[in-house]
Ligand binder design. Structure first.
Ligand SMILES: Cc1cc2nc3c(=O)[nH]c(=O)nc-3n(C[C@H](O)[C@H](O)[C@H](O)COP(=O)(O)OP(=O)(O)OC[C@H]3O[C@@H](n4cnc5c(N)ncnc54)[C@H](O)[C@@H]3O)c2cc1C
Length: 152
């Protein structure tokens, strides 16, 4: 990282960002064309869980190429200033890579969905079998996790 003074290396702080961010941005490789999709997510024990409809560009791309880059940020705040060059943005962010794995069994899917639901509600839920059949649940085991904070 060019600004090593802003690098976050403490695993506990990296995990706190992954547990607090509201949205995950998933970067995909659609041939020569990068494709970024904002998504809801949940994080547990080094893995991120995502859910989706069974069709669409993102799913088509992931089935061809499961390599993804994920970005998360929290504590985002504009720091205004008198001069335009002194404006800043407060943030803490994580970028990680990994491979998207499609979860197959109803049990695995329900567990993945409950990681997502716990992220947003703090609670787990029961899912009817037909609801699980109609969706895709994806797990990404995070690799190369880097963190950065603004100086603010
Ligand atoms: C905060 C947030 C949370 C979301 N959470 C989820 C989630 O958990 N699961 C989920 O499946 N989806 C979620 N979405 C919607 C997601 O961003 C995609 O729109 C959706 O997954 C469809 O993606 P797709 O590749 O199948 O697009 P398709 O329906 O196949 O559409 C293809 C084209 O539509 C355009 N497009 C697709 N999505 C967007 C978008 N979000 N904004 C602008 N243009 C777009 C792109 O140009 C793309 O090439 C969320 C969106 C937001 C903003």
């Amino acid at each position: 990282m060019r600004r090593s003074d802003r690098e976050i290396t403490d695993p506990a702080e990296l995990e706190s960002i992954l547990k607090q961010a509201l949205v995950c941005r998933m970067g995909l490789c659609d041939g020569d064309h990068p494709y970024v999709v904002p998504m809801n997510y949940g994080y547990r024990h080094g893995s991120v869980f995502l859910h989706s409809a069974t069709e669409g560009r993102k799913i088509d791309v992931l089935r061809r190429n499961p390599n993804v880059c994920l970005e998360f940020e929290t504590d985002v705040e504009l720091i205004p200033a008198e001069s335009p060059c002194s404006f800043s943005m407060k943030y803490r962010s994580v970028i990680a890579s990994g491979k998207a794995v499609f979860l197959e069994s109803a049990e695995e899917k329900a567990k993945g969905l409950n990681v997502i639901m716990t992220h947003y509600t703090g609670k787990e839920f029961e899912f009817p079998p037909q609801a699980l059949e109609g969706i895709v649940v994806i797990r990404v085991d995070l690799e190369d996790c880097s963190g950065k904070r603004s100086r603010c």
